[in-house]
Design a protein around this ligand. Structure first.
Ligand code: ATP
Length: 352
């Protein structure tokens, strides 16, 4: 633990006048160069955590350490952190270069060095040649890049991003996801970003902390979170799923009432009830062997790359995503056999 770049321990924030804590005994840490996403629904406490790390608000209790130093002793202007806000918070009356130079000026960096560093930062975010423009003459994506350049030019120990992409349209958001990731990899800066968008978190972060009501439900790699959700909340919040409840009657086998025997790869205690999860794209059609469920296609939606089906199997309906390159596709009313490999049946709560 001691060599971690960032360590957050038992962090609590109870705002004055509110009963329940907004952040409730949160622990996490980051390696140098790592990118962590704080992900969760509105009001779960993500921004409050980020603001405590930045020093903008004071924790009720708990500790934040950066390179071993307790941040409680360090006032906000002495913390070497870069922040990118949802609104960008750029100064509209200043040029792009002046905006980017701002943090350097505050830190008393000499003019010549300032100019060189601003150039480098603008290069990094692909805004070379835009230095003299006014902020109002930039597109949304360019403003976002400018905000990133401004936060990186000070060479922060930690980069904090609060919903950095939510003001951009869908296409630009995809581009900027990759770009932020790329900039982060090239600079090696350690970063925490806040989002309520699961795709964004899965595609950008090295690890995700999924939050609910002030607490962290699970921390893990995108794959661990998606394939091995620790709780029902995480399983529901990240991606679509088919949920089954069964009783473990044999090792790796559960009897699901109204469906039959379901085989799974993970260990679960005999005689106990388990919650099972199958992601829609893990089903295949007309396969043979274990976990074969006959049903009828009730509804389908063509989505380009995937075909989404509702398949009625006995008294339940499975949500199924099929790739559309797979030859003949089923039609409404077709009888199909859904199959799923045992390793694609997850037992919720079985940590990876
Ligand atoms: P969002 O995605 O909507 O920004 P969030 O997960 O970032 O949400 P926070 O902004 O951290 O959530 O808020 C967490 C909780 O704390 C909410 O219930 C919110 O109403 C409350 N809260 C936030 N700021 C204050 C404040 N200054 N005073 C009182 N309560 C606050």
């Amino acid at each position: 633990m001691a060599d971690k770049h960032v360590i957050v321990e038992q962090l609590v924030k109870t705002y004055p006048g509110s009963g329940a804590p907004s952040v409730d005994h949160v622990d996490f840490d980051l390696e140098k160069g790592e990118m962590l996403a704080l992900l969760g629904p509105s009001g779960c406490g993500k921004t409050t955590i980020l603001r405590m790390v930045a020093g903008l608000i004071t924790p009720t209790s708990g500790r934040i350490r950066l390179d071993g130093r307790d941040m409680a002793e360090i006032p906000v202007h002495k913390r070497n952190m870069g922040m990118v806000f949802q609104s960008y918070a750029l100064f509209p009356h200043m040029s792009v270069a002046e905006n980017v130079a701002f943090g350097l000026e505050m830190r008393g960096v000499p003019k010549a060095e300032r100019a060189a560093r601003v150039e480098r930062a603008l290069d990094l975010v692909k805004l070379r040649g835009y230095g003299e423009r006014r902020i109002t003459q930039l597109s949304g994506g360019q403003q976002q890049r400018c905000a990133i350049a401004r936060s990186l030019v000070i060479e922060p120990q930690l980069l904090l991003l609060d919903e950095p992409l939510s003001n951009l349209d869908a296409k630009l958001r995809d581009e900027m996801r990759e770009e932020i990731r790329d900039i982060q990899a090239r600079t090696g800066v350690t970063a925490i970003f806040v989002t309520h968008d699961q795709d964004e978190a899965l595609s950008m972060a090295d690890r995700l902390a999924v939050m609910s009501a002030g607490r962290i439900e699970q921390i893990g790699t995108p794959r661990q979170i998606f394939d091995r959700p620790a709780t029902e909340f995480v399983a529901n919040f990240i991606g679509a799923g088919n949920f089954l409840t069964g009783t473990v009657v044999e090792p790796h086998q559960a009897n699901v009432p109204g469906l039959g025997m379901v085989v799974f790869g993970l260990d679960a205690p005999l005689g106990k009830d388990v919650r099972l999860l199958v992601r829609p794209h893990r089903f295949t059609l007309n396969g043979k062997g274990e976990n074969a469920f006959e049903g009828v296609v009730r509804h389908l939606v063509y989505r380009g790359d995937t075909l989404t089906l509702d398949v009625d199997v006995k008294d339940r309906t499975f949500l199924v995503d099929l790739p559309t390159h797979a030859g003949t596709l089923p039609e409404r009313g077709d009888r199909v056999t859904l199959t799923v490999a045992r390793d694609d049946v997850t037992v919720i709560g079985t940590a990876a």
